[in-house]
Unconditional design. Structure first.
Length: 142
C-alpha cells in the first residue's frame, strides 16, 4: 500500500464499523461470541509470533483490531475513546523491564511496591523518595 492510499486509524474504525453494521454484527447480544473471536485472533497472532511468520503476525494484529472494534461497537463504546482511556492510564506509568516484560510499579500507603523480580534487580531501581517493599511481603503483611 503506498502512502497516498494509506488509511488513518479513524478511517479503519469507520470502515470496520460500517462493514459490521452492514453484516448485522453490531447486536449487543453477540458480544460474548465476539469476545471469543477476539481471543481466537489474539491466539493466532501469538502463534504467528512464535513461528516467526511476519505476514501472519501483521494479519493477526489487523484481525485483532477488527474484532476489538466490532466488540466495542456491540457494547456501545467508541473504540478511539477506549484507546484514549487506556493511554491516559498508562502514559505516566513507571516500572521496570523484567525478563522482557514491563512490570508496573505500584504505590500502596506511600510505599513503593515492586515485584520479587524487580526486588532482585534492585540495582536497576532508582530511589525516588519511596520506601521499597516486596509485593509478596505486602500481601503477607510483613
Amino acid at each position: 500500500m503506498d502512502k497516498q492510499s494509506r488509511m488513518t486509524f479513524d478511517d479503519g474504525i469507520r470502515n470496520v464499523s460500517q462493514w459490521a453494521q452492514d453484516k448485522g454484527l453490531l447486536e449487543r447480544e453477540n458480544a460474548t461470541k465476539q469476545l471469543l473471536k477476539v481471543m481466537e485472533e489474539v491466539g493466532e497472532t501469538a502463534s504467528a509470533i512464535l513461528k516467526g511468520d511476519h505476514e501472519k503476525v501483521v494479519d493477526g494484529i489487523g484481525d485483532s483490531f477488527v474484532t476489538l472494534i466490532v466488540l466495542s461497537k456491540q457494547l456501545g463504546l467508541e473504540p478511539l475513546h477506549c484507546l484514549e482511556v487506556a493511554w491516559n492510564e498508562i502514559k505516566d506509568r513507571k516500572g521496570n523491564m523484567v525478563d522482557g516484560t514491563f512490570v508496573k510499579e505500584l504505590v500502596h500507603n506511600n510505599l513503593q511496591v515492586v515485584t520479587q523480580e524487580s526486588w532482585e534487580k534492585a540495582d536497576k531501581i532508582t530511589h525516588d523518595g519511596f520506601v521499597y517493599v516486596k509485593y509478596n511481603d505486602l500481601l503477607s503483611g510483613k
